[in-house]
Design a protein around this ligand. Sequence first.
Ligand code: ADP
Ligand code: MG
Length: 243
Amino acid sequence: MIKVENLRKTFNGNIHAVKGVSFSLEKGEIGCIIGTSGCGKTTTLKMINRLIEPTDGKILVGSDDARSVDPVTWRRKIGYVIQKAGLLPHLTVKDNISLLSKIMKRDRDFITRRVDELMGIINMPYDQFANRYPIELSGGQQQRVGIARALMEDPPVMLMDEPFGALDPITRNSLHEEFWNLNEKLHKTIIIVTHDMDEAFKLGHKIILMHKGEITQVGTKEDFLERPANAFVEDFVQGHSGE
Ligand SMILES: Nc1ncnc2c1ncn2[C@@H]1O[C@H](COP(=O)(O)OP(=O)(O)O)[C@@H](O)[C@H]1O
Ligand SMILES: [Mg+2]
């Protein structure tokens, strides 16, 4: 479904942020990219979404090559959720969720129906929340609205950059559960960036550990616990879980 081959990014000719990253995810699979700060996670995600042009490498969604279409068309296939939701403060919940569809000039009936449906999916009833502003929501609710916004045009792929990072542990845990159940139904291909190994173990069918711009290991939770690729992976797993 999504395939990344030998992806590279060099900034300013000498900052090698991503140094040849390859992985693939099937439809419905959740991949968690994990690694310490500065290892190239966000740059990888932004290249997949074409917010940053790769220095080299290939990105495929289905059989479509990222280089075969313009960035705007490409991004319609891909929902993007950023840390702290990134909602526009002067727009209501319903206007935040429908932003992209309005830009695409979808008709009013479609928009109303879809926003109502999505607010049901994220457990924030339309009647109660549609006309609120982001500041009138909790952190967890803002994050759910961010997810609904990314789902508005029903993209096959979702990219999420530390989507649960800013939440307290209790809210984070309950959102993990909700998110997992949601994807059992929606069956999207999802890449989640995190620095929390427990989160990666909980949500990722596949875990992609990065270090200094390279992939150190790709595998399941069991692979990481029972068959770490090297001492670095072993230390990382011990140091970043059970927090
Ligand atoms: N626009 C940019 N220009 C120059 N260097 C950048 C830019 N964006 C990121 N970097 C550098 O690339 C490396 C990877 O950054 P990033 O992908 O944001 O890491 P992560 O998300 O894993 O914390 C870091 O060393 C960062 O300083
Ligand atoms: Mg980052």
